[in-house]
Design a protein around this ligand. Structure first.
Ligand SMILES: C[S@@+](CC[C@H](N)C(=O)[O-])C[C@H]1O[C@@H](n2cnc3c(N)ncnc32)[C@H](O)[C@@H]1O
Length: 222
């Protein structure tokens, strides 16, 4: 399995992410990529100088990432640590050591996931745990970069909304405990380029950047 060459790299999506990060003056540090899949973002961030811890609970996806990064310059590849495991409640020894937590379509998939992402808790509980994990990992002023299927009315829709993927008030209350939330920016993206033979699907996506707002400590779990 290799990189999907039907999408030019860097794709418009990655350019959109980079523009959003540049606009707020983000500088490379440590990044935690939760639900990294085949690692497109992890590799992009590493190529921009970030040291990335990339986690996916699917060992197959981690295998794809490891195969793909062999094609990167050694210096860039060495900036990626790939871990097969549960990212939603993930904890390192010490809190507050990351400058970025990145999530493309993990939070977004925690709606009606019918067991695909099941962790013996509801999707709603997983969404809030994911937000808390990001808060735990980030240093003060660190960035939670969230890429979702577009959910707010503030962005011109590219396609009719599906009616789910809506952060609920409970999610936003959890977010507001730890983060200053930024605006949602919409753009056109594609389904994950993982080299599979299925047709590429256009997706109406968005990016939000939340900033960790205090030294208050999120609770340790696991
Ligand atoms: C829609 S895919 C997105 C993959 C990648 N971020 C991308 O955009 O290409 C969601 C990913 O989250 C992973 N995932 C689901 N539940 C997870 C969990 N509890 N911990 C870590 N990864 C998880 C899945 O295995 C899948 O690779």
């Amino acid at each position: 399995m290799g990189v999907d060459t039907r999408i030019h790299w860097p794709s418009p999506e990655l350019v959109a992410m980079w523009a959003a990060l540049s606009a707020i003056g983000a500088r490379p540090g440590r990044a935690l990529d939760l639900g990294c899949g085949p690692g497109t973002e992890a590799m992009f961030l590493a190529s921009m100088g970030w040291n990335v811890v990339a986690i996916d609970r699917d060992a197959f996806e981690i295998g794809v990432l490891n195969a793909r990064r062999k094609k990167l310059p050694r210096k860039v590849a060495s900036r990626i640590e790939a871990i097969a495991g549960d990212g939603i409640g993930w904890r390192e020894k010490k809190p507050g050591t990351f400058q970025m937590v990145h999530d493309r379509l993990l939070l977004s998939n925690l709606w009606d996931s019918q067991g695909v992402y099941a962790r013996n808790v509801t999707d709603a509980a997983s969404r809030r745990e994911l937000i808390e994990t990001a808060a735990w990992a980030l240093e003060e002023d660190g960035l939670f970069v969230i890429r979702m299927r577009q959910w707010s009315d503030a962005v011109e829709p590219f396609e009719p909304p599906t009616g789910h993927d809506t952060l609920e008030n409970r999610d936003l209350r959890e977010a507001d405990r730890w983060f200053d939330r930024g605006p949602e920016l919409g753009y056109l993206g594609f389904s994950t380029p993982d080299g599979a033979k299925r047709p590429l699907k256009r997706l109406s996506l968005s990016i939000q950047v939340w900033r960790r707002n205090s030294r208050r400590q999120a609770s340790r779990k696991g």
